[in-house]
Design a protein around this ligand. Structure first.
Ligand SMILES: [Zn+2]
Ligand SMILES: [Zn+2]
Length: 147
């Protein structure tokens, strides 16, 4: 059993550690292939389920408003791409998987978003729900209607 599985928490940090945090161990991963995510991270966004994050260091943390509804968090010192959050719900943060020190073993990727925006030069193997841009926007609209 890994340390993450024993404590139920995981640690994360940027390259220079001017952003460092802990959070509950994720239940699953998702990927996003939209052009904003690929530009922000230099490749597909592979992120943890949205959850509260406890910062032990946030000296380097900056948020960039990347759209009307979302912000992306990064380290202003080392440039690491770290976070995504919805402006209307800032306590719930999507964390890029690469920022986590040790993820639980066997973590499953459950969804891929904006599959129709994915370039041909890579693909993520395995079977899972793959949603087009139209399907993603439809899901967000139905979530908003419920609130
Ligand atoms: Zn940093
Ligand atoms: Zn995206």
């Amino acid at each position: 059993m890994s340390a993450a599985q024993q404590s139920g928490r995981v640690d994360g940090h940027c390259l220079c550690k001017q952003v460092a945090f802990t959070m509950d161990a994720p239940k699953h991963l998702d990927a996003c292939h939209c052009s904003d995510c690929r530009r922000f991270g230099g490749g597909p966004f592979i992120g943890l389920n949205f959850a509260p994050v406890d910062f032990s260091e946030d000296k380097g943390l900056r948020w960039y408003r990347s759209s009307d509804w979302a912000e992306r968090g990064f380290c202003s010192n080392c440039g690491s791409s770290l976070f995504y959050r919805i402006v209307a719900n800032p306590e719930q943060i999507g964390v890029m998987s690469g920022a986590i020190v040790e993820l639980p073993e066997g973590l499953e990727m459950t969804k891929e978003f904006f599959i129709d925006r994915k370039p041909d030069y890579y693909a993520l193997e395995g079977e899972r729900t793959r949603m087009t841009a139209a399907e993603v926007f439809e899901m967000f609209e139905s979530l908003e209607a419920q609130q």
